[in-house]
Design a protein around this ligand. Sequence first.
Ligand SMILES: Nc1nc2c(ncn2[C@@H]2O[C@H](COP(=O)(O)OP(=O)(O)OP(=O)(O)O)[C@@H](O)[C@H]2O)c(=O)[nH]1
Length: 335
Amino acid sequence: MRQESPSQAVSLLRKAVPLMMKLNIAPTPYNYGVWYTYVSNRNKKLNNIMDTTIQKLGSLPNFISKELFQEFILDEDLKVNDEHSSQLDSMIEKIESSSEKMSEGLQTLTSSLEKSKRSLKSNGRVENIEKVVRYLEVNSIKASHQTHLFQESLQEIQNQILSLKEEIHQSKENSNIDPVTGLLNSQGLERTLYSWINDAEDDLSIMLIDIDKLALINQQYGKKVGSAIIRFLGQFLQSKKLENSVASHLDGGTFAILINEESLSFTSTFAEELRLQIQNQVIRTKKTQEPISSLTVSIGIATLLGQELGEQLLDRARKNLMHAKAKGGNQVSTN
Ligand SMILES: Nc1nc2c(ncn2[C@@H]2O[C@H](COP(=O)(O)OP(=O)(O)OP(=O)(O)O)[C@@H](O)[C@H]2O)c(=O)[nH]1
């Protein structure tokens, strides 16, 4: 939602309100939002739909207004989930009462203008003019006060929308993060893969890294130790991350590293270094300080080929990982 300066907002409201009154549009926040945008002429598509609807139906029914509000006035970011939409509904309810009051004030002012015109026509004496002026003054002060309150509510709702957008942005970010390791999760990896693949030439690689015999580690040392090893490997991979790479935890003992702008031979050498460094780690259980007999990983690598899709690239990396496992584990496979 765009923020206008107070004077621009007043001038748009001055255009929108008479139009709404002329077409008998109820003073709801959705209607205000839609008509306010209509008179600002900032969205041609919205204006076309409204013009066509009014031509066909003679007015703009509330349900269409509500849909147009959702479609054109809420930012994409705000169309997120039920929780946010109910927060938005409660904001809209808040502004509803002040918009109704403003509308009542404007209607009173309009009818007092009508009355004054009639009174001046039938009686043009000075005392009557003075009376009419006083009457108009009282009503216009009242309407201006109510308009001011409405503007304040608009300002408040705009501030709340800004913080809601920030919250939504944050929750989107969090939905890409794996809570166990703090790395990207599979959704985060997919998002990065699809955004990088658009600009990638051939030098985009993925490494799938899987802990060997995790089931056996769980069995021998307990599931807590198995999980601690997953967390350890997450930190280890994060610390080894290259400048053009992202590390992610997919599930269980499986991790992935996406590497951009490096050749297959560089990625293979890097994978081999990682494999050796992991094999050489001495890991002890926290309780007994007993060294864990062997922590090794298998790695499957694939590098983007021509017009290959993200899913095809991942599939080839999966196949190569299975190949490394089939050969006994603790190795890197590129083909
Ligand atoms: N401790 C722990 N274990 C997990 C977690 N997630 C999955 N696992 C276990 O990891 C094991 C994975 O088993 P498999 O897929 O057979 O793989 P593996 O035992 O590592 O054998 P290979 O991959 O063939 O080397 C299963 O026993 C799962 O229960 C987790 O978060 N913590």
